[in-house]
Write a protein that binds this ligand. Sequence first.
Ligand SMILES: [Mg+2]
Length: 259
Amino acid sequence: MTRTPLRLTPVAIPPPAPNPKGMVQSAAGILLDWDGCVAHDDIPHVAGLAFLRRYADKIAIVSNSSTLWPSDIQEVLAGLGVVLPTERIVLAGHHALLLAAQRGLTTTVLGTPHMRALARQLGVRQVTMDPDLIVLLRDTRFTYSRLKFAINALASGARLIVANPDLTHPGPKGTLAPETGALLAALGACVPLDRISVEVLGKPYPHMFQTACGALGLQPSQVLMIGDNPLTDIEGARQLGIPALLVSPGSALGLEQLC
Ligand SMILES: [Mg+2]
């Protein structure tokens, strides 16, 4: 059974808001994307850092990252003088592992050693043979043998939790970095994913938006989403009635205009 669509469908890019800075200032809370919005290669850019410093008190980071712990981003920000509690850093990989820990099933995590260490810390029951659950993160060491292992586990009845449906994200110097959704497509090329249990977290699905609103103690109608991806940041916000601003360096609206 598939609970969420496995592919994102194109959406119309919203028209520019007439008073974006006013929206930022009047919002009780701000849900802020990380990669491509305030940071590149996990380091905030100049405008991103200025924005974080100005509005830190009402910001929750909401990112589809599945290679970072919340504390990783917290430490980067702390080193730049921005204090954000880990509860207000909502990351897809972390939430996929939290869900796996709740399920309590024997689990194989397809992800980096860093994320498998987080799985251990969260109490995920990790096994290397015959798992009842596969957690798919952005596994930068994905190989033919891992693909073979995963598809045979799924064909034998294992469930699947996927951190996010993204195919790529912006890499350094204008390059593309394959994302978790690309690995999901590889699994889907081998086994019929519509016939097994697949749960996809991450934007644009509601779970992380709702978690971030909860961390801020606010309702969706009280917050503003800011991100650089119309398919995930903007469309996901729209589905929950959260007003949203599309920003990216070099486009009509950048964070430097919102500080
Ligand atoms: Mg982004």
